[in-house]
Design a protein around this ligand. Structure first.
Ligand SMILES: Nc1nc2c(ncn2[C@@H]2O[C@H](COP(=O)(O)OP(=O)(O)OP(=O)(O)O)[C@@H](O)[C@H]2O)c(=O)[nH]1
Ligand SMILES: [Mg+2]
Length: 142
């Protein structure tokens, strides 16, 4: 069972994704601090949006086996620079969230994650549960 840390801009759907992975009811909760209590590490989007707090993400990534970069299929811009994934000394996967949204452009989000160097990339929706089992299977495969 691999431990994963999710990073991505505020509102990209990290906490909701974790609720779906845990099989919990989806309840909106603004993430206030890094939660590293179990297999799914949650981080506030603000940490990924600025350089000062971004350093904390780098440190906390050492607590995880896998880094998960999260981009929503409705995001208008990407906060991750190209080719950033190799900076982490562990596998970096990409997660496209909100694939169920009417205005969703999952291919654009996936292209951005690919540019980061993420592999593999999961297309997900916490609402329809698309891609949730595939991500769980990846994490639960030794
Ligand atoms: N339609 C749809 N909405 C989603 C999905 N995932 C998250 N949302 C919505 O997106 C909003 C933000 O989701 P959060 O999970 O709180 O986002 P976050 O990345 O944890 O945000 P921070 O805690 O601020 O970093 C909420 O209103 C969610 O209901 C999804 O798969 N589909
Ligand atoms: Mg959150």
């Amino acid at each position: 069972m691999k431990k994963i840390i999710f990073m991505g801009k505020s509102g990209s759907g990290k906490t909701t994704l974790i609720e779906a992975l845990r099989g919990e009811k989806l309840v909106y909760r603004k993430t206030q601090c890094i939660d590293y209590s179990d297999q799914f590490m949650d981080t506030p989007g603000e940490y990924a949006e600025g350089n000062d707090l971004g350093g904390a993400l780098a440190v906390y990534s050492y607590e995880a086996d896998v880094v998960g970069l999260v981009i929503s299929a409705t995001d208008e811009f990407c906060i991750f620079p190209p080719a950033c994934a190799p900076v982490a000394n562990r596998p970096v996967v990409g997660v496209v969230t909100k694939c169920d949204e009417g205005e969703a452009r999952p291919e654009l989000a996936a292209m951005r994650l690919e540019l980061c160097g993420c592999d593999p990339i999961f297309y997900t929706s916490a609402k329809t549960r698309e891609g949730i089992d595939a991500l769980l299977e990846y994490l639960n495969t030794p």
